[in-house]
Structure formats: C-alpha cells, structure tokens
Design a protein around this ligand. Structure first.
Ligand code: NAD
Length: 372
C-alpha cells in the first residue's frame, strides 16, 4: 500500500499520531508489523452459531483486542464442535434456555447476537439485562420502536450497544464517506447503490423466507447496507421515500417476503439515492455522481475484495479482514471506557430501520412517504 494512502486511512480512523487513546492504535495491516497487545481483552460470546457466526469466529482469531470466550447455541452438537475447535470451557457454553445465567459469568464481557433477525430484540434485551455489552447483527430489529426498546434496555443496564456494521471500519467505505461528506467533488447529486444475490437454490424452509424470523426479504437482509451507505455518504437523513416491489419469479418461495425491491430516497440537499436489493440476480455496486466528479466501488458491499475509483483515479486501500477490524474497533472503545461512536451504535441501527419501514410502506401504498 502506498504510504500516503496508508497515512490517510489511519488518520481517517482517528487513531493516528496524536491520538489520546490508551491502547495501541490498530489496523489489521499495522498489527502484522508490531508487538502483540498484552493487556485485558474483550471476552466475546457468540449467540447463534450459523453461517455468519463462523465468519465472525474466524475473524476473532485475527483480532488483537478480543477473545472468543463463549457460545450460546440451541444445537448440542455445535456446542461440542465449537468447544473443541476454539477451546471454549464448558462454563462458557450456554443454550437459549439457560442463557440468562450468563449474568453470573465474569468471563464474558459482550454477547454478539448473530441469530435470525426476529430474535435480535429478545436476545439483545436479555444480554443487556445480564449486564453484558451487546453487538447485534443487522438489521437491528423489525421496527424503529423495537430498536428504541433495545436502546433503552442497554441504557438502563448501563451497557453499550453496537450494530454489526462492518463497513464503518472498511477503508474504501471510510473514503467514500469522506468524499461525500467533505464534498471533495462538490455536492453529491445522485447515488446508485444496489446489492443482490441469486439465491434460487435456497432451502424453502430457510428463515430468510419466513416473515416472522426475517422481518422481510432482501430489503432487510441486503438493502439495509444500501440505505446506510446513501445516508453516510451524503451525511443527511432522507426526507421522502418512494419504492416498488419487483416481479416475483419464484412464487413457490416468495409467499411471505419480497423477492426484489427498488426504492428512491430524496434528501434535503436535492440528492437522490436509488437502490435495488434482490434475491434473483447478482449486483454489488456503489456509484456517486457529484458536481465536479464521481466515485464508485464494485464490489462495494459484500465481503469484497473491494475495488474503487474516483474521477481523480483508482483507489489504493488495503484489503482487510472486515470482521476482525470491526470487532477490534468496538472492543477498543469498550476497553477504554469510551461511549461507542453514534455511527456504529443502536441509534444508527434505529435510523436505518426508520427508512426501511418507510420503504416498505411506500412499496405497499405506492405513495411517496414523507419522513419527519
Ligand atoms: P444462519 O441461518 O446461518 O444462522 C442462524 C443461526 O441461528 C443458526 O445457528 C440457527 O441454528 C440459529 N437459530 C436459532 N433459532 C432459530 C430459528 N428459530 N430458526 C432458524 N435459525 C435459528 O444465518 P446467518 O446468515 O448466520 O445470519 C444470522 C444473522 O447475521 C442475521 O441477522 C443476518 O442478517 C446477519 N448477517 C450479517 C452479515 C454481515 O455481513 N454483517 C452477514 C450474514 C448474516
């Protein structure tokens, strides 16, 4: 990586020279070249051991400030397998029934909720009531009101609440946020950001297709990233929303949730962001057109590796382990007793949820929904 890009990235994390942070600065590429951190680590218990929990567990092996200390699972065979794979002591292994007794376990600092979306609220509140910090996966919950209940529970229990937004620590996204918010190419006028996968081979019983567990289709699963990127690149909240459900090509699968959805967000500045999230074709791109130039990423939202450029040239940022960098970033704040930055907190998850609810309402009513 070029030295000027590296310096710019470290600076944008707010962790560079002159940082008053107590712990050493971190970025995945920097940790490779310096001594390992020896202080107190944040002990994390993963709750729900599905596909993404496996990715997080691998990421945890690359963190500097975290330990995979515990697990919560409803499947006894997974408990046996994970115990062996990650040397997890029996006393740190819970099921969904005895989970609340985690409050007596001083070896667990934080519960990372990686369950189906419909279980996020319950397990976030239970973890908070047990006195544990929480990271909850996206989408944070089903409604803005649910998010408020989760925020309140964490506040009352005096624990911190983060949403698993890995892209806030990703250098290409830090850069597009900077280019948009600092108006480096002038005011952004138009954003096109979409994410979709062809998942036609999905098991018809998968929870993603069941509204009570998913809350909705690809908008909840993938579109949340597009909404969020639009919001953080512009540094504004949308004031109005229009949306359209896409065609249903697999009526056998899509009886409860949408297969595809397209929407438009309107901002006070005059900017428009248009997006599609879909389960029937692949798309993974971000494009912003500003007064005096453009910037884009493709791939943009998946696990990458991301590639990007602007009207000034190609981006040159490191490819990082997104999950390790995210968890280290959150751990560092908690270990230093800092309040988590708003952009990774429950408040951010709630802001996204407000927009997602408006998108569904606009698609259902075919009316423009005004956000206040
Ligand atoms: P998954 O289906 O692979 O795993 C879900 C886990 O929940 C499984 O271990 C399953 O046993 C358990 N579970 C408990 N009760 C269940 C029930 N009633 N029905 C189904 N499963 C139940 O799902 P996943 O892909 O790991 O997604 C989990 C969460 O992580 C979701 O909220 C998803 O949006 C999020 N996620 C985030 C990212 C990201 O990049 N941040 C990526 C993938 C998934």
């Amino acid at each position: 990586m070029k030295e000027n890009s590296r310096r710019k990235f470290v600076k944008s994390l707010g962790l560079g020279i002159g940082s008053t942070a107590l712990l050493p600065t971190l970025t995945s590429f920097e940790t490779l070249s310096r001594k390992k951190y020896q202080g107190k680590k944040l002990n994390i218990a993963l709750c729900g051991l599905g596909r993404y929990a496996n990715i997080l567990a691998r990421g945890l092996q690359e963190t500097e400030y975290c330990t995979l200390a515990g697990i919560i699972t409803g499947t006894p065979s997974k408990a046996v397998d994970w115990k062996k794979r990650y040397s997890i002591p029996d006393k740190n292994i819970y099921n969904y029934g005895n989970f609340d007794t985690i409050k007596d376990n001083g070896d667990i600092d934080l519960v990372y909720v990686v369950l189906p979306n419909g279980m996020h609220k319950e397990f976030t509140i239970r973890a908070a009531n047990a006195g544990k910090h929480v990271i909850v996966e996206k989408p944070m919950a089903f409604t803005e009101k649910d998010c408020q209940e989760m925020i309140n529970a964490c506040k009352e229990a005096d624990v911190q609440l983060a949403v698993g937004y890995r892209l806030h620590y990703e250098p290409h996204h830090i850069e597009i946020k900077r280019l948009g918010q600092k108006k480096v190419f002038g005011q952004v006028r138009l954003i096109e950001v979409s994410l979709g996968y062809d998942i036609s081979g999905i098991d018809p019983n998968d929870w993603h297709l069941k509204k009570s567990l998913s809350g909705g289709g690809p908008l909840m699963n993938l579109g949340v990233y597009c909404v969020q990127a639009s919001r953080y690149v512009l540094g504004e909240e949308p004031v109005a929303v229009t949306a359209q459900f896409g065609p249903v090509t697999r009526p056998d699968l899509y009886t409860e949730v949408e297969e595809s959805i397209t929407w438009q967000l309107y901002f006070e500045s005059g900017a428009i962001a248009t997006s599609t999230s879909t389960n029937n074709t692949g798309v993974d791109r971000f494009f912003a057109s500003a007064e005096r130039g453009f910037f884009e990423l493709s791939p943009a939202v998946s696990y990458g590796p991301f590639r990007g450029r602007s009207s000034s040239g190609e981006f040159d940022f490191p490819i990082i382990n997104q999950q390790a960098t995210q968890m280290d970033g959150i751990a560092k704040e908690i270990l230093e007793n800092h309040e988590l930055p708003v952009h990774i907190s429950g408040i951010e998850g709630q802001k996204d949820m407000k927009v997602l609810e408006a998108i569904y309402k606009a698609a259902e009513t075919r009316d423009k929904v005004i956000l206040t």
